[in-house]
Design a protein around this ligand. Structure first.
Ligand code: HXC
Length: 300
């Protein structure tokens, strides 16, 4: 059941202008829908123009309101500046930013090339900083308040074998969240993060659990005390709570939403230690297939 109607008043986010990076799919799409339903004007960006356009059209048809799709590769600082300038010209300052865009795949670290490391670190570590820095500077210059939520994982606390570039990068963004809350809190700017456990989405599952079903079946729930994966609206509700009015004193926090998995079983990929060469070859081939398909659809 979608509980957002019970938790939040209609119009809670009226007047809010929120950018969700990677808002065309997965968790980003879910948060976009949650913000839209409560009255926000939502901007979404991604590398595939047709994906962000279709998501915008689908959600506006369903709920009304306004979503503006943008094509942007967050690894390119100039592209971010152009996009954010267009958004500002379109109706003034944003009120919120959700750093949701990410890249990840499972691999033995000894099998990673430098380009493989960079592909992930440039999106998650650098791109998230470029975006936050660009928008934060505008807020400070214009004396506006603003709220940033970054989507991390619980590996920021204990690391994760077989996803080392992602774990390192997201840990860096965790520290960015704490640091900027301290440095820019005096400007009325807020920086919080959400650390989701298992929320099966197509993009993540094809790269983190290739060959298993994205509905969470297939044995992975054994490691989760609550015996189930997360429901998308549960994550969206937390993002709305952090973004909405009334939670302004929360600053510099990373909140896990993982059914106690991190506490109970660590919530990372240690269990892959038992895989052998053949299995890793097969995994790599499956992930490459997904990457190639996505790449063919990219506009930038
Ligand atoms: C080893 C691999 C690989 C694999 C790619 N590479 N896949 N190496 N094993 N399975 C290497 C390539 O060989 C190449 O290096 C380098 O990475 C760059 O590959 P490209 O495909 O050219 O990269 P690019 O087009 O920039 O794509 C970036 C990407 C891709 C990260 C590789 O997966 C992507 O765009 N992902 C976006 C969506 C996504 O990942 N979603 C999941 C997020 S989940 P060489 O040296 O060969 O040239 C998440 C946390 C979830 O963030 C937490 C859940 C609990």
């Amino acid at each position: 059941m979608d509980t957002s109607k019970l938790m939040f008043k209609d119009g809670l986010l009226d007047g809010h202008r929120i950018l969700v990076t990677g808002g065309g799919t997965g968790l980003g799409k879910e948060m976009t829908e949650g913000f839209l339903k409560l009255g926000a004007h939502v901007y979404i960006c991604g590398r595939r123009g047709n994906v962000v356009e279709e998501t915008a059209a689908e959600l506006m048809e369903k709920h009304g309101g306004t979503i503006t799709p943008k094509v942007c590769d967050i690894r390119v600082a100039d592209a971010i500046d152009d996009m954010v300038s267009e958004i500002w010209a379109d109706g003034g300052a944003l009120t919120g930013l959700v750093n949701n865009a990410a890249g990840n795949f499972i691999s033995r670290t000894e099998d990673l090339s430098i380009r493989g490391f960079d592909a992930i670190a440039n999106i998650v570590f650098r791109g998230t900083f470029y975006m936050t820095h660009n928008i934060g500077k505008r807020w400070i210059d214009e004396k506006k308040t603003g709220s940033v939520i970054s989507i991390l994982t619980t590996w920021v606390w204990n690391g994760s074998p077989f996803t080392v570039p992602s774990a390192m990068s997201k840990a860096g963004i965790n520290v960015m969240t704490q640091s900027l809350a301290s440095e820019w809190g005096r400007y009325g700017l807020r920086f919080n993060a959400i650390a989701p456990g298992a929320f099966p989405t197509k993009g993540a599952w094809e790269r983190l659990s290739p060959g298993t079903s994205a509905d969470g079946s297939g044995g992975m729930t054994d490691a989760i005390p609550m015996g189930r994966v997360g429901e998308m609206h549960e994550l969206s509700n937390l993002a709305t709570f952090l973004m909405g009015p009334g939670a302004e004193y929360i600053n510099g926090q990373t909140i896990a939403i993982d059914g106690a998995t991190y506490n109970a079983t660590g919530g990372n990929f240690y269990q892959l230690s038992k895989l052998g060469d053949e299995q890793w070859d097969a995994i790599r081939a499956m992930i490459k297939g997904s990457n190639e398909k996505d790449k063919a659809a990219r506009s930038v």
